[in-house]
Write a protein that binds this ligand. Structure first.
Ligand SMILES: [Zn+2]
Length: 424
């Protein structure tokens, strides 16, 4: 069997039902977090009676395993069960890191961790340091495998800078900087365009140049959740993230999703995004027209002027046959643009099918056809009740050849964060 690396998984999303019992024993659960989230997502409250009774595992499995194609709020309710049970105090982080890394099927794994945005910075640093040292301990205990940490920080620029300063402090310690190999941007995508944190990304890149021994790969979730915009705008965000120098792009569903899925449907797009999209199309006009897109620059300019004066919050985008055709061509163009950058896509099959309820072909087929470098991640294997070998089996069931799967595995070992940014 070929070795492979897990490059897209969230530490607490790897927890099993047994880990949840372990947390329930250890901590005082904050049940309201879970009850509120579940009730909001499902319209009915969860069954709390016997939920944490290990002699009846089915109740917990039913609430924790996210198995049907659904939506983000229902997924979040499952994640909020973890949040309700965890404290993320340093010793708990250590124990969870050791448990998860010990059973990891990949020979190299990078785990992402987002902590509560309400933590004081000193706590943030103490907890990330505890995790980094736990992975160092795990690597001593499991000498045939390596586990590393990617620190997740909020996308909002007002918060992100503060976290980046704290992260640089942490990286001054050798034992910590050996284990922290990436910085991850996750959580709410809507309202947080990659362009808004361009100065921060530039600052990380300049840090990388000055400190090649401590450089961090930039891992950026993008084009996964785009409820507030057109699919085209979500595709544009993916191109922007790649052009801004993000090393690996998480999910990028919008880039390869079947445009027919949107045929004859409408979406609401916030006016600012529609204006950004028009400006982008005008600035790339020649290239887009050469790629076959039917664009009318004069009509786009008129629309832009109208939007500047419209005073409404959002516009309705209708996916008629022309827009669906243009979307497919725009995605193809965007894939070629991304190929001009060093960016790699992390595709997470089960996660995408269940959270984004993708119908038809999974985007990975088009990524592979376009020749974009891709790696596979299990994302939150505990919640999805899957693992990375299971994800490769899913690819096989989708008709992806054994040869292609072997290539995906081989690439994962070549594009680990350290290999991307800490080359000698
Ligand atoms: Zn993820």
């Amino acid at each position: 069997m070929t070795d492979f690396a897990e490059l897209h998984s969230h530490l607490y999303g790897c927890l099993t039902v047994d880990d949840l019992y372990f947390l329930a024993e250890r901590n005082t659960p904050r049940w309201q977090i879970f009850v509120d989230s579940w009730t909001k997502a499902h319209g009915t409250p969860p069954v709390m009676d016997g939920l944490m009774d290990p002699s009846n595992r089915r109740i917990l499995e039913k609430h924790y395993h996210f198995k049907s194609a659904s939506d983000f709020p229902k997924f979040q309710a499952c994640f909020d069960l973890i949040i309700a049970l965890s404290s993320t105090e340093p010793e708990e982080l250590r124990e969870i890191a050791l448990r998860v890394a010990a059973r990891e099927p990949a020979v190299h794994a990078e785990y992402r961790q987002l902590l509560s945005p309400f933590l004081p910075m000193d706590d943030f640093k103490a907890r990330m340091k505890a995790l980094a040292l736990a992975f160092e301990e795990s690597n001593r205990l499991n000498p045939k495998k390596t586990a590393k940490l990617a620190v997740s920080i909020p996308r909002r620029i007002d918060r992100a800078n503060e976290y980046w300063i704290a992260l640089q402090d942490l990286l001054q310690e050798d034992a910590v900087s050996r284990q922290i190999v990436g910085v991850d941007f996750c959580a709410q995508e809507e309202g947080n365009p990659p362009s808004a944190i361009a100065p921060l990304l530039a600052s990380i890149q300049s840090f990388n140049t000055q400190h090649p021994d401590r450089a961090l790969a930039i891992l950026y979730h993008v084009g996964e959740s785009f409820a507030d915009k057109s699919v085209e705008s979500a595709v544009r965000w993916i191109v922007e993230a790649a052009r801004l120098g993000c090393h690996r792009l998480g999910h990028a569903i919008a880039l390869g999703i079947d445009p027919e899925m949107f045929s004859l449907s409408t979406r609401q797009e916030i006016v600012r995004e529609r204006m950004d999209q028009i400006q982008f199309e005008l600035s790339e006009l020649d290239s887009l027209q050469s790629a076959g897109l039917e664009l009318e620059p004069d009509a786009l300019k008129v629309e832009l002027e109208q939007l500047e004066r419209c005073g409404t919050e959002s516009v309705t985008i209708t996916y008629d046959s022309k827009r669906v055709r243009n979307l497919k061509l725009f995605q193809d163009w965007a894939m070629q643009e991304i190929k001009k950058t060093p960016a790699i896509i992390e595709s997470c099959p089960t996660s995408n099918v269940r959270i984004a309820a993708i119908q038809g072909r999974h985007p990975i087929h088009r990524f592979l056809e376009a020749g974009i470098p891709v790696v596979i991640g299990a994302d939150d294997p505990g919640i999805f009740d899957t693992d990375l070998p299971g994800e490769f089996q899913i690819l096989e069931s989708w008709g992806i050849s054994a040869e292609e799967i072997a290539k995906l595995k081989a690439r994962s070992l070549e594009v680990t964060s350290e290999k991307l940014v800490r080359r000698a």
